[in-house]
Design a protein around this ligand. Structure first.
Ligand SMILES: Cc1cc2nc3c(=O)[nH]c(=O)nc-3n(C[C@H](O)[C@H](O)[C@H](O)COP(=O)(O)OP(=O)(O)OC[C@H]3O[C@@H](n4cnc5c(N)ncnc54)[C@H](O)[C@@H]3O)c2cc1C
Length: 367
């Protein structure tokens, strides 16, 4: 039984098990090479997760959006990147809701198995992002095909997709009754278009490894049977698909937040343990300070030294090389050490015995 309150514990557990096969090193290596997570996407496809929203009659699991959201959240909570393939889950929604029976029969079962990748979504253009109604890519009908010219930008995963859902203008803006009319949605066979040389894909280098691109259409020919729904009504069709996209991306963000919070908590724990059994040492032999009366706080403070400590088994290698985290940790350690210095200064002799749990040794000075 699934409902809005369903937590999908079973699904989450299986997703976590799958993600365990793709640890941090896998993602870091991809980031280094700016490569696509092909093996991860294949594993998700084979496990059926990317077909979660496709109805069972077309070979999917027929799950609600909340289940798909749980899948994406769990991938990100496990340190993975579902954004590399989330569009394979929801882009087909436009065909499912607005496509003809023939289009559904033809495409959905193959999208469900992963034989066809429909994860390119061509809406944004260099001169129209949020203002979708001003897009300039034009599709002109000629006989039983449309000829498309124009450009899209930030078309993610275009190099890893067989099909693209494309929004183009079929009626000039000045000629439509309603502002939202005149745009149409097409299913473009990118493999054929690349072969014909009517589609060019140019990768865009971004801060994060997101496989995003610019695409150019030069007399791209699309059969009229690839028009989705009614001509001129495409804006509504695209918006209805975007709702699912936004929900899934929000779930990924929640998963990211869980991952980062867990990592931060793990580090806090490691460092507090480290601190308890710290290598903070005093210069003089330990025996000398076992009697707190012999140690004047000022003398001790003058010789207090700290060794930079790194956990023997780092939970994850990258934060140790991350200058922001290193700075943060250093700052926290310094604050704590300074407050302990104050404690030492203000401490009475019998309280000093607590401080002697630190093992004296020469090391680097607190910076
Ligand atoms: C990682 C990533 C992947 C993407 N993948 C795809 C993809 O696969 N396919 C695709 O088509 N697009 C994709 N996009 C594009 C994305 O959908 C657009 O960036 C988005 O539509 C915004 O367009 P823009 O960048 O041109 O910003 P703009 O439209 O220039 O907006 C910039 C800012 O101004 C605000 N703004 C704009 N107009 C107004 C207004 N009238 N009043 C008040 N505020 C306003 C916006 O809210 C925004 O904060 C991707 C973007 C990113 C970052």
């Amino acid at each position: 039984m699934t409902g809005p309150q369903e937590n999908y514990a079973d699904i989450r557990e299986s997703v976590r098990a799958l993600c365990d096969r793709f640890p941090g090193e896998y993602w870091r290596e991809l980031d280094r090479d700016r490569a696509y997570p092909t093996a991860f996407v294949k594993a998700l496809t084979e496990a059926g997760y990317l077909a979660a929203l496709i109805p069972e009659e077309f070979g999917g699991s027929g799950l609600p959006v909340s289940a798909a959201a749980a899948i994406m959240e769990e991938i990100h909570a496990a340190g993975g990147n579902g954004a590399a393939c989330h569009a394979q889950m929801y882009t087909m929604g436009t065909i499912l809701r607005h496509g003809s029976p023939a289009q559904k029969e033809r495409y959905l079962p193959k999208i469900a198995t992963g034989e066809l990748r429909l994860q390119a979504f061509g809406v944004t253009e260099p001169t129209s992002g949020t203002d979708t109604l001003s897009l300039r890519t034009v599709a002109r009908r000629g006989g039983d095909e449309y000829v498309i010219n124009g450009q899209k930008i930030w078309t993610s995963r275009a190099e890893h997709s067989d099909l693209m859902l494309l929004l183009a203008r079929t009626t000039p803006k000045e000629e439509v009754k309603k502002r939202t009319d005149g745009l149409s949605v097409f299913l473009v066979d990118m493999r054929k278009a690349l072969e014909a040389g009517t589609l060019t894909i140019k990768p865009i280098r971004t801060v994060m490894n997101h496989a995003t691109t610019e695409v150019f259409f030069d007399d791209l020919r699309v059969p009229a049977e690839n028009l989705i729904g009614e001509e001129g009504k495409g804006f509504r069709y695209i918006l209805s698909g975007m709702n699912t996209e936004r929900i899934l991306i929000a779930s990924e963000c929640i998963g990211d937040a869980k991952w980062f919070i867990r990592k931060a908590a793990d580090y806090a724990l490691v460092f507090s343990r480290e601190r308890t059994f710290s290598k903070l040492r005093f210069k003089s032999p330990p025996t000398r300070f076992q009697s707190p009366r012999k140690a004047s706080p000022d003398r001790v403070l003058g010789k207090l030294t700290v060794e930079p400590t790194v956990p023997a088994e780092p939970i994850c290698a990258s934060p140790f090389t991350n200058p922001v985290i290193i700075g943060l940790v250093r700052g926290l350690r310094r604050d704590r050490i300074l407050s302990e210095r104050t404690m030492l200064r203000n401490s009475k002799p019998n309280e000093m015995s607590l401080m002697t749990t630190y093992i004296p040794e020469e090391g680097s000075k607190i910076k």
